[in-house]
Design a protein around this ligand. Structure first.
Ligand SMILES: [Zn+2]
Length: 306
């Protein structure tokens, strides 16, 4: 048979097959669209396929970059009224802390060989910075107001010699969520050469004084001027201190001084003082903190110590 007589019916068969296939595909697609529209949530505007895929990723990879999971809408809770959220109280510290949901990735080393650890920064890449304010020589309500206006909390390392006449001035700091720590009794810059018994008396005496006046025993201690020794670390441990805290950067004379580099880094502990230039120092700190994109967190909250 000549080939041209065979090809014609073959071609028509293929055309028919193509039409049938197209109809089948259209039916399947139509069914899928219909089924999808019946099974996806109606109210939420997150019901697009893209949002669903995102939610799936979030569920299977509960990592860092995703936002806190939105409340899934289980079928068992028909009334999904948002419950007004209280600020979370940290179960360890008992405080409404400054972490704002951040989970610290650092744990304070334990006391070893009877000596507290010494920290000048927290080794973390989390975008946090810690402010500490020392001595207590200048006492002005306006300084606390500045801290409050800027939403900044700090650990206050006070020495008895600076606050003995007016310890109650710092009660308002405590009410505002600041914590008071140990900077010794006399702020003696020759502290380390005093001998163990006197070093211990300087530390334990200040812890006793602060516990009596403020109702909380300090957990952190800063030696006058910063230098420390094994004897100081041991005495601190015996007084109930958990760490000696020095610093990586200072807000000083209206500017910033850095031990390393030219800006604040994640985890840095910053030193300031209650001095006449407090407003300028705080402004310098805040400028550096914002430039570095760091959140000011209370050191004790990050360390999870009471
Ligand atoms: Zn000091």
């Amino acid at each position: 048979m000549p080939s041209h007589l065979r090809t014609y019916p073959n071609r028509s068969r293929w055309v028919t097959l193509a039409i049938v296939a197209a109809v089948v595909v259209a039916l399947v697609f139509g069914f899928l669209v219909f089924y999808n529209s019946r099974t996806t949530p109606v109210s939420a505007d997150t019901s697009t396929p893209i949002a669903s895929a995102g939610a799936t990723n979030a569920a299977s990879n509960p990592g860092e970059s995703t936002k806190p999971p939105q409340t899934p809408s289980p079928a068992s809770s028909p009334s999904t009224q948002p419950v007004p959220t209280q600020p979370p109280v940290n179960p360890v510290t008992g405080r409404v802390d400054t972490l704002d949901g951040l989970v610290p990735d650092y744990k304070l080393p334990p006391i070893e060989n009877g000596m507290v650890p010494v920290i000048t920064k927290i080794p973390t890449t989390q975008k946090v910075v810690f402010l500490t304010i020392d001595d207590g020589a200048v006492k002005r309500d306006s300084d606390l107001q500045l801290l409050k206006d800027n939403g900044v909390k700090a650990s206050l390392f006070l020495a008895q010699t600076f606050i003995i006449g007016q310890p109650d001035f710092y009660q308002q700091y405590i009410k505002s969520g600041f914590l008071i720590e140990n900077h010794t009794i006399s702020h003696n810059l020759g502290f380390l050469s005093l001998g163990y018994a006197k070093i211990k008396a300087e530390i334990c005496g200040m812890s006793d004084f602060e516990e009596a006046h403020y109702g909380r025993r300090p957990v952190l201690m800063r030696p006058p001027g910063g230098p420390y020794s094994n004897a100081a670390r041991q005495a601190a441990a015996e007084c109930g201190i958990k760490a000696i805290v020095d610093w990586e950067a200072k807000a000083n004379a209206g500017g910033m001084d850095y031990q390393v580099g030219a800006g604040l880094r994640p985890g840095d502990i910053v030193l300031m003082h209650f001095r006449p230039e407090f407003p300028a120092d705080l402004a310098a700190f805040l400028t550096a903190q914002k430039a570095a994109g760091l959140k000011v967190v209370l050191l004790e909250d990050y360390l999870g110590v009471k």
